[in-house]
Every structure is written in C-alpha cells, then in structure tokens.
Write a protein that binds this ligand. Structure first.
Ligand code: PXP
Length: 242
C-alpha cells in the first residue's frame, strides 16, 4: 500500500510573513516541492493568518498538480466559505481553538455528531473528500464513520512524544485503532510531529495508511539537507515498507 506524502507548507509561509514581502515565494516553493516528488500540498490557515493567509489559498490551488488539502476548524463560517470557493481535493476538519499554537487533539465525534454530519455532507455534496482529525480511540473512530467522514487523520503528537522512550508502546493505540478503521472501511491519514526518525515505523505498523501530512520537522530538516533532499528522504521512509 502506497502512503502519499503531503507537505504542509505553513512554516514556509511563516518565514515569508516575518518580513511582510513575498519572499520566499510560496507559489514557487510549492511547485518545487511537487517537482521533488511530494504527492500533495497541505495548508492550514489559522484564524489570525499568521502563516498561510486566505489570499494564498486560490494561488496555491491553481498551481497544485497533485493533491491539495486544506485543514482547519469549520467554525467560523469564513473557513467553510473559503473551502467551498477553492474546492480542494480534500478538506481535513480540525477542532483547534482560534488561539491554538498548533492542533493538539482530535474531534469528539460523539459530542459533535450533528455538526460534523452537516458539515461533512455539505463538503461531500460539493465533491470534496473529508478527513477528520481523530485520536486513536475506538469510540471516536466509530463516531467518524457514523458522521460520514471518508477518512480519519490520526493525531500523531502523542506517538511522536513517546516514540523515543518505547516505540512499541507508542504505536500500540494507533495500530489497534487502525484495525478498527480498516474494518469500518474508513480511510486513514496521519499527521503531527512525524519526522525522519519516527515515520518509517509508523508507516510499517499502520496497515493501509493512505497519507501523511508533514510540516514542521520537514521544514527544519530542509535547513540542513536542502528541500529537494529532504522531500526525497521522507519519501524514502515511506517506500518499500509492509
Ligand atoms: N495535521 C494537522 C491537522 C495539523 O494541524 C498539522 C500542523 O499544522 C499537521 C498535520 C502537521 O504537523 P507537523 O507540522 O508537526 O508536521
């Protein structure tokens, strides 16, 4: 099973925004990242637009030749309007608060059942595949199926945190949850704090992992190895496993 690499370019936008000009040019970098082999571009516009801005979205949608994935919280409505206007291949719904530094937990798919159902159906009726950010817990995965999500994206922050202490323990909840997701026939994506050390083991142990979206570590690695080498090193972690 091939796992696609989608590069999250938020941190590149953050560098650009630091000086208020168009340098580095995000459109050019995204084209280059795809030419180095990335199989997707992910953006996560936050309400304060500190990295990706709403104005970036149509420009990136226009040039992305692989898969365009927009992540974010569907509240406020501004986010949904932007997604429906730009028609990404995939929209990943994330329950992050407006002031969150980064996403730090998945949906409670039981508590938010009716909201998610409505939101997902609106996106799907417009031809957009929907993935929802999810902790590796059976009840939330079953809930994700119930609300009609096409995929879940495992929040892998806790996996990355405990990987160095004991990787077998770190992977266990995800491997168990993946069995449930596969049985329910819901697709599996994953993201957050994946890096060159922990990615291969994750991919090897999660059957039918369809896609990973990786930003922070990949951009940091590119400072050392260059973007072209870095993208290829991440692709290598996803090759010839299973
Ligand atoms: N998935 C989601 C939902 C995220 O919010 C982020 C961070 O923006 C990522 C994946 C990528 O995480 P990282 O930047 O740690 O690779």
């Amino acid at each position: 099973m091939k796992t696609r690499l989608s590069v999250n370019v938020n941190k590149i936008a953050l560098i650009r925004n630091a000086r208020g000009s168009n340098y580095p040019d995000l459109v050019k970098i995204c084209k280059d990242i795809e030419s180095y082999g990335s199989e997707g571009i992910t953006v996560h516009p936050r309400p304060d637009e500190r990295h990706i801005t709403y104005a970036d979205i149509p420009l990136l949608k226009k040039i992305t030749k692989t898969e365009f994935n927009i992540e974010g919280n569907p509240r406020p409505k501004k986010f949904m309007d932007m997604v429906l206007k730009n028609m990404p291949h995939q929209c990943t719904l994330v329950p992050d608060s407006a002031d969150a530094i980064t996403s730090d937990s998945g949906w409670n798919t039981i508590k938010h059942e009716s909201f998610l159902k409505e939101t997902i159906s609106e996106l799907q009726s417009n031809g957009i595949r929907v993935s929802i950010f999810c902790d590796p817990e059976a009840k939330f995965i079953e809930g994700a199926k119930k609300v009609g999500a096409d995929r879940i994206e495992f929040y892998t922050g806790p996996y990355a945190l405990s990987y160095n202490k004991n990787r077998a323990i770190a992977i266990k909840p995800y491997a168990d949850a993946a069995i449930i997701a596969n049985k329910l026939d819901i697709g599996i994506n994953a993201g957050h704090d994946l890096n060159l050390h922990n990615l291969r083991y994750f991919q090897e142990n999660i059957p039918n992992l369809l896609e990973v979206s990786i930003g922070h570590a990949l951009v940091v690695d590119s400072l050392y190895y260059g973007m072209q080498n870095t993208v290829q090193m991440y692709l290598h972690c996803l090759t010839n496993n299973n």
